[in-house]
Design a protein around this ligand. Structure first.
Ligand SMILES: *Cc1c(COP(=O)(O)O)cnc(C)c1O
Length: 393
């Protein structure tokens, strides 16, 4: 987890002294301007727009791409509910796609779920595990679909040398406390597309005509909502951006060391990864749900902790499964191009994989020898029920 400390604290003082806390209003050279320039240079993307959350980033990107009522948006069965909620927030409906053992969208199931109403794919790089972007981009291009990457849980990670979030038509990042860059709450939209960027800017600022968001976009003014970030967030982001790559390096080192130790156990398998050489998210897969549960129970204490992320499984997204929105008349399911039906067991393969999987925390803020000590202990702790356990040396 990304830590916040004295450097963020010191970065805030000049913002308070300037009195210019709002996104727009100062001289245009506030911390957010610097952050967006630095983030865009580091990530190699044309445009960056800081917003108030990762959810807001997804909503702004979908709205900018013109996704709305009657459209279907493909989302994976394993993600935070915000991915599906963002599609609904713009009036479209989420269609839930199976994951594979990489814990990300299964390209084969994307093909099965595409209908004449599909407009967009939102691949989610879950828990620092990156999607099979080559296959996803190829499918999207063949079917004329927009790709909006949800990189909220993988800020800074790369897929084949390119930062995730910058591969699709647009990407969404979160800077929430539990993500790789932590400012409490925040997010960003990135894109290389000038028109998408102009529309996202207009949308995120309620439709404020006088700020010139659409001046060069040859677009009529349109309404949006307010998703603006403050300069306080910008000041913290400038510090967090510097900490990002060193933190990912620490995760990478721990991934390699821990994966090597755990791979000596024949009680579990290291989960596959779409870019193994740059992996910073580790999961292990067991043959049965019982074994996975026993492993999680044995290891639930200590800094090195496998955990069950059932909150992120579609079968727990109750408001989505029940198709319930704040006002029954503003319900995208009523505007859908066909009857959409969900059930808790509609993605059996995802449920089966997740039940047999434990995600392993990499402990990037703890010393490496401590983490390898825990990893060795984890291997030794396995009951000898499966016969010959191989011990790590
Ligand atoms: C956290 C998260 C979001 C939403 O980000 P917020 O900043 O909390 O709004 C979206 N998608 C995924 C996969 C996330 O983990």
């Amino acid at each position: 987890m990304a830590r916040v400390g004295i450097r963020e604290w010191l970065a805030l003082a000049p913002v308070f002294a300037s009195g210019e806390l709002a996104r727009f209003g100062g001289d245009g050279n506030g911390p957010l301007t610097r952050f967006e320039a630095d983030f865009s240079a580091k990530f190699g993307t044309g445009h960056v727009l800081t917003v108030s959350s990762g959810t807001g980033a997804l909503i702004a990107a979908l709205a900018a791409a013109g996704i709305g009522p009657g459209d279907e948006v493909l989302v994976p069965a394993y993600t935070w509910i915000a991915t599906a909620g963002a599609a609904l927030a713009v009036g479209a409906v989420p269609i839930i796609v199976e994951i594979d053992e990489t814990l990300t969208m299964d390209p084969a199931d994307i093909l099965r779920k595409i209908t004449p109403h599909t407009r967009a794919i939102v691949p989610v790089h879950m828990a620092n595990m990156v999607c099979d972007m080559d296959s996803i981009m190829q499918i999207a291009r063949q079917h004329g679909l927009v790709v909006i990457e949800d990189a909220c849980q993988a800020v800074g990670l790369t897929y084949k040398g390119v930062r995730v979030g910058t591969i699709g038509d647009a990407g969404a990042f979160s800077f929430n406390q539990f993500k790789n860059m932590n400012i409490g709450e925040g997010g960003a939209v990135v894109t290389d597309d000038d028109r998408l960027f102009a529309r996202a800017r207009m949308y995120h600022d309620i439709g404020a005509l006088f700020r010139g968001h659409l001046d060069n976009a040859n677009e009529p003014p349109m309404l949006g909502i307010n998703l603006k970030a403050s300069q306080i967030q910008g000041a913290m982001l400038n510090v967090q951006l510097k900490k990002l790559d060193p933190m990912i390096r620490r995760m990478r080192r721990r991934y390699d060391a821990i994966a090597e130790i755990l791979s000596a156990s024949n009680a579990m398998r290291i989960g596959p990864h779409n870019d193994r050489d740059h992996a910073a998210g580790l999961h292990v897969i067991f043959d049965t749900a019982e074994e996975a549960r026993a492993f999680a129970a044995e290891n639930k204490r200590g800094v090195y902790r496998p955990y069950d992320s059932s909150r992120h499984v579609y079968s727990n997204w109750l408001p989505v499964l029940d198709q319930r929105t704040a006002n029954p008349k503003m319900n995208p399911y009523a505007w859908a191009s066909r009857k959409i039906e969900y059930s808790p067991d509609m993605c059996p393969r995802s449920l089966d994989i997740l039940k047999r999987t434990c995600r392993i925390g990499l402990g990037e803020n703890y010393p490496l020898p401590l983490m390898t000590y825990f990893a060795r202990r984890m291997v030794r702790q396995r009951p000898a029920s499966k016969g010959s356990l191989v011990y790590a040396t």
